[in-house]
Design a protein around this ligand. Structure first.
Ligand code: ZN
Length: 158
C-alpha cells in the first residue's frame, strides 16, 4: 500500500480484497478489511479478538494508517513463552534497522478485566507506533507508551 493517504480511494483499490474495489471509498471500509488480518490469530479466543478489535477501532486514523501501511506491523498471539508479561514487541527486520513492530499478546488477556486488557493492548500498540521510542518530551519508553495510550482513551486501571 502507498504511504500517501490522499486520495483514500487509492488505498481501497490497492487493498488485498477485490471486494473492496466495488465498495464506496468510505474510511470505515478502508480500515475494516485490513484489521481482519490483525485479529485473525485470535480466532480461538473470541473475547480477546473482540478486545483487540475494539482498541484498533479506537486508534486515531493516522495511527491506524501507520500500521496498515507497514507490512512489518503484525499482531500475534503467544501462549508458550513464560515470564514475559501480558504482551511484548518482537523485533522485526527492517530496512532502517529499527523495526520492532510485531505486537505479541498473551491469550490470558482474555481472562483479564476488559479495562486492563484494553490498556495493555493499547500500550503495546503505542510502543509499536513509537518504534519502541519516546514520545515528544517523554524519553522513558514505558511512560511514553502509557501517555500515548492514555491520549487514545486507554488509561491503566487503578
Ligand atoms: Zn511497555
Amino acid at each position: 500500500m502507498t504511504l500517501d493517504l490522499e486520495p483514500k480511494i487509492e488505498l481501497v483499490v490497492t487493498g488485498k480484497s477485490s471486494q473492496l474495489a466495488s465498495l464506496p471509498p468510505f474510511t470505515v471500509h478502508l480500515f475494516a478489511m485490513p484489521f481482519s488480518e490483525y485479529i485473525a490469530p485470535f480466532e480461538e479466543y473470541p473475547v480477546l479478538q473482540e478486545r483487540v478489535l475494539a482498541v484498533l477501532r479506537q486508534l486515531p486514523e493516522d495511527v491506524q494508517a501507520d500500521f496498515l501501511n507497514d507490512d512489518r506491523f503484525r499482531v500475534e498471539i503467544d501462549n508458550y513463552v513464560p515470564g514475559v508479561g501480558w504482551s511484548f514487541l518482537m523485533p522485526a527486520p527492517g530496512i532502517d534497522g529499527n523495526g520492532s513492530r510485531c505486537v505479541i499478546l498473551r491469550s490470558k488477556l482474555a481472562d483479564a478485566t476488559e479495562g486492563f486488557a484494553h490498556y495493555v493492548i493499547a500500550h503495546e500498540f503505542a510502543h509499536a507506533f513509537l518504534r519502541n521510542g519516546g514520545w515528544g518530551e517523554i524519553t522513558d519508553i514505558e511512560e511514553a507508551a502509557d501517555a500515548l495510550a492514555a491520549s487514545w482513551g486507554f488509561t491503566r486501571p487503578a
